[in-house]
Design a protein around this ligand. Sequence first.
Ligand SMILES: [Zn+2]
Length: 160
Amino acid sequence: MRIGQGFDVHRFADPAEGRPLVLMGCAVPHDRGLAGHSDADVMLHALMDALLGAAGLGDIGQHFPDTDPAYKGADSARLLERVMADLGQRGWRVVNADVCLIGERPKLAPHREAMRRRIAPILGLAPEDLNVKATTTEKLGFTGRGEGLAAQAVVLIDRG
Ligand SMILES: [Zn+2]
C-alpha cells in the first residue's frame, strides 16, 4: 500500500470574466470562478497530485504543463481519467480518498453528494469511499479574505 497527499491553490478570477466555478467536476453556482489555465478545479488538482504522489509519478505540473495550449480550459475530470489510466497500467487501484476544500464560500454541503457520485466512478470507488469535506480558515489569510480557494487531498492506493 502507498499513501499520497496533494495541495493546490487558485485565486478567484475577476467576476467580469464570467468563469464558472468547477469543483470535483461539478459546476457550483457562485458569483465568481477560479482563475487558471485549465478549468481550475482546485479540488481535482489536489486529488490528482495525491494520486501521482502515491504512485511515485511526480505531479500534475509535469504531466499537464500549464504552458501547453492543449490544456487551456481543460476539463480536469478528463485529466483525472488519464492519471487513473497511468496508475492502472502500473497495477495500482485506489482504496479511498479524502478531499478537503479550504475557503469561506461557497458552501460545499449542498454539492457534496453530487461530487462523490461524479468522481468516485473515475477512481473506481463506491461513493462512500470518496470523502468530500470543507473547512474555513476563520476568515484568516487569503482564503479567509475570499481571494481564492485551496484544497488538500489524501489517498491510499494498493496493488495486489
Ligand atoms: Zn490547480
